[in-house]
Design a protein around this ligand. Structure first.
Ligand code: SF4
Length: 360
């Protein structure tokens, strides 16, 4: 890679850097929070969450001590909840093993829960000024195009090749924190994941092999992606007057520890939904089908059907795992996954937004 490439990219970043709430700080905790939130999540969606999270949990000690429901509520709607669980685990590791101070080296950072090579590189370079590339899918895409790499970019050997090419551009004066952020901005504004990229507006076009050779629609090669499993589900909105039934999901696995409306795997018709309500210990007074909804996770799609069932308890013999609460209390206290937004919104429950926003 031509060292001039880095100079041109940094010059462009100097005038085009996005104004983001986590920019302009070298607080490693702030960099860490933003980087974890940005994994698989759009910048625009992250902004609001980031500010709320930092206000509620301004430092590592506060994160380590936060009760689980409160933590999940702060993350509610952002998805991939293992991210925030791992952050809390790591915060506790930092309190116990590092005296409450984040370690500065990429190798030490990688010993913390949920911090992989990319995040370690981002924190080490942005917060501690270390010479570390932060290579994620975006940097792989831009670099593969610039270098004209036709191999599958996710191969470890290709990643290594890109890392070495990037490090080789350093004349000893490169600010890796800025360079890594410049890559992030270039990949989101110019060298787009959707093809074609905006080569005519690209500050590094003259160094780019893919553009020169007309290969931007073929690079990067991501290899064959594994298919997504489809799970059919039936969601039951059980209404006891104004109150609705929710339950806590298991402590491990998908959406661990979040709350949900009772549901079963498979599609039930209205009679089947009534039988399920009875199995949970209720008498169904009235059944109404609700619109179908879909939620796409990384490796799984939920295809959901749903029924609203007005119920009356049959004595004391109902499912004890269920919690009955009115929609306002659910919105306030119980973190629900964004996967259920289509149904929660029918009852005025907003996922991932707090009442505070209404007041401002
Ligand atoms: Fe990406 Fe086009 Fe720029 Fe090459 S010239 S880095 S393909 S935007």
């Amino acid at each position: 890679m031509d060292p001039q490439f880095v100079k041109s990219l940094l010059a462009w970043y100097g005038v085009s850097a996005r104004d983001l709430p986590w920019r302009g700080t070298d607080d490693p905790y702030a960099v860490w929070v933003s980087e974890i939130m940005l994994q698989q999540t759009r910048v625009e969606a992250v902004k609001e969450y980031y500010e709320r999270f930092m206000e509620a949990l301004p430092d590592i000690a506060a994160l380590a001590a936060c009760p689980e429901d409160e933590l999940l509520k702060l993350w509610e709607g952002l998805g991939y909840y293992s991210r925030v669980r791992n952050m809390q685990k790591a915060a506790r590791q930092i309190m116990d093993d590092y005296g409450g101070k984040m370690p500065s080296g990429a190798a030490e950072l990688r010993k913390l829960a949920g911090i992989g090579e990319y995040t370690a590189g981002a924190i080490a370079s942005i917060a501690f000024g270390q010479r570390e590339p932060a290579i994620d899918g975006n940097v792989l895409r831009v670099s593969a195009r610039v270098l004209g790499i036709r191999e599958v970019v996710t191969k470890p050997a290709v990643k290594k090749q890109i890392r070495e090419a990037l490090l080789a551009t350093d004349d000893g004066r490169v600010d890796w924190g800025r360079l890594n952020q410049a890559f992030m901005d270039l990949s989101s504004a110019v060298c787009l994941v959707v093809r074609p990229p905006l080569c005519e507006a690209c500050p590094v076009a003259e160094y780019c092999v893919a553009r020169r050779e007309g290969l931007t629609d073929q690079i990067p090669d991501r290899g064959v992606k594994a298919g997504r499993r489809v799970e059919e589900r039936t969601v039951l909105i059980l209404l006891d007057g104004d109150r609705m039934a929710i339950r806590r999901r298991p402590a491990k696995g998908l959406l661990a520890g979040l709350y949900e409306f009772p549901a079963v795997t498979g599609w039930l018709d209205a009679d089947g939904a009534v039988r399920e309500a009875e199995r949970l210990g209720f008498m169904a007074l009235h059944v109404r089908p609700l619109p179908a909804a879909r939620h796409i996770f990384t490796h799984l799609t939920w295809e959901m059907q749903a029924y609203e069932i007005k119920i009356a308890p049959r004595g004391e013999e109902y499912e004890k795992q269920l919690i009955f609460a009115d929609p306002a209390a659910i919105e306030d206290r119980y973190p629900l996954p964004g996967a259920l937004e289509a149904y929660a919104s029918l009852y005025g429950i907003r996922i991932g937004r707090r009442k505070k926003e209404e007041e401002t």
